[in-house]
Design a protein around this ligand. Structure first.
Ligand code: 2NL
Length: 345
């Protein structure tokens, strides 16, 4: 057969060739592209062709070589994709890096709680925690609540039947501080953050649970001036260094004297606006000197030691810092609400 015919013949064969397996692919390679294959033979034949035809035939063989190699590559692609796992057949690329997981945001109450904890840690307070289900002693009696106090009523407190013993969901974290006083000796400087419960109908302004941070400082010679200066420091750390405070007389069973702390309105700086109801002041917490009866209940001698205490609602501070005006938003887990606190710490 003339060389030109041979080249055409092999070209047709390659075009029509089909394979089904890896083995077929290898036979194809050996037959046409191998060191003893058809193309090598054609190049051998080229050597004995007349010089005036060498160029033309050489180009034809080169062309055929490219076609054969292309065919080989596409066969190889077919074989590889059909032998791959079912994941890759479905178009799943297991080597692909995972999509980013969007980072959540800390809950605004946690942001504010953490900030308050840090503020008090800086002046030597530690953090104490305790049970949410409490006995009457730690939630009421040790805190100087008289037996007929309205807070002990079913209307105000969630009571729990626990065999013979009546327990309650704590109504304040003072119960934690009673435990601290019972279990350690002064000086005591502690803050107790945590969830507390009240038996109330849920509305924008009231909820059956909320979050509290209470503080307690007991040592020799602790005075009302210490209380006032500590709370001034706290108010300025939370609301800014220009914040002013004022104390108004109040009443709590566990402190005497007791007071309510107002800060100058964070919106209008005391000039008067609808947030402070044109008073220039916002109430943020209750406080006072620890009642001697409370010290006695914890076996701390009121003749030697005195102390101050305070309690605040984390929701209230958060409301003032972030303008959240409906308490229900805090526990609905609405992402549109929660996402707004991504930048907070
Ligand atoms: C409020 C007022 C207050 C305390 C909590 C306290 C704790 C012990 C002894 C005495 Cl162990 N007092 N805590 C004192 C005054 C006020 O909370 O309105 N909280 C939301």
């Amino acid at each position: 057969m003339e060389l030109k015919e041979k080249i055409k013949e092999i070209g047709r064969e390659v075009k029509e060739y089909s394979i089904k397996s890896k083995e077929d692919l290898e036979s194809f390679r050996i037959k046409y592209l191998g060191s003893k294959g058809n193309l090598k033979a054609l190049y051998q034949d080229l050597k004995s062709v007349n010089n005036d035809l060498k160029r033309e035939f050489g180009q034809l063989i080169n062309q055929l070589k490219i076609e054969t190699e292309t065919k080989f590559d596409s066969f190889k692609g077919e074989i590889n994709s059909s032998s791959k796992s079912s994941e890759s057949k479905q178009g799943i690329d297991l080597s692909r890096p995972a999509a980013d997981t969007p980072l959540g945001a800390r809950h605004p109450l946690a942001v504010v709680r953490n900030e308050i904890i840090e503020i008090f840690k800086r002046i030597g307070f530690n953090v104490s925690e305790g049970p949410e289900i409490e006995d009457d002693w730690h939630n009421f009696s040790a805190l100087n609540f008289p037996p007929e106090h309205p807070a002990r009523d079913m209307q105000d407190t969630f009571f729990i039947e626990n065999g013979a013993r009546e327990m309650a969901l704590r109504t304040h974290t003072s119960s934690v501080q009673v435990r601290v006083m019972e279990n350690s000796k002064p000086p005591i400087r502690t803050i107790s953050p945590g969830r507390v419960y009240r038996n109330e109908a849920i509305s924008a302004r009231a909820h059956c649970f909320f979050h509290q941070i209470e503080g307690l400082y007991i040592d020799k010679d602790v005075s009302f001036a210490d209380l006032k200066q500590t709370l001034l420091y706290f108010a300025r750390e939370v609301f800014g260094e220009k914040t002013e405070i004022r104390l108004r007389p109040s009443y709590f069973p566990f402190t005497e004297p007791s007071a309510e702390l107002d800060v100058s309105c964070t919106i209008c700086n005391g000039k008067g606006c609808n947030v402070c109801k044109y008073t220039g002041w916002l109430e943020i917490l209750g406080c006072g000197m620890v009642d001697p009866n409370v010290l006695i209940a914890a076996e701390i001698d009121p003749e030697v030691y005195s102390g101050f205490a305070f309690g605040m609602g984390v929701e209230r501070i958060t409301q003032l810092k972030y303008r959240v005006n409906d308490l229900r938003l805090y526990s609905e887990n609405d992402l549109r609400f929660l996402k707004q606190f991504k930048s907070a710490y």
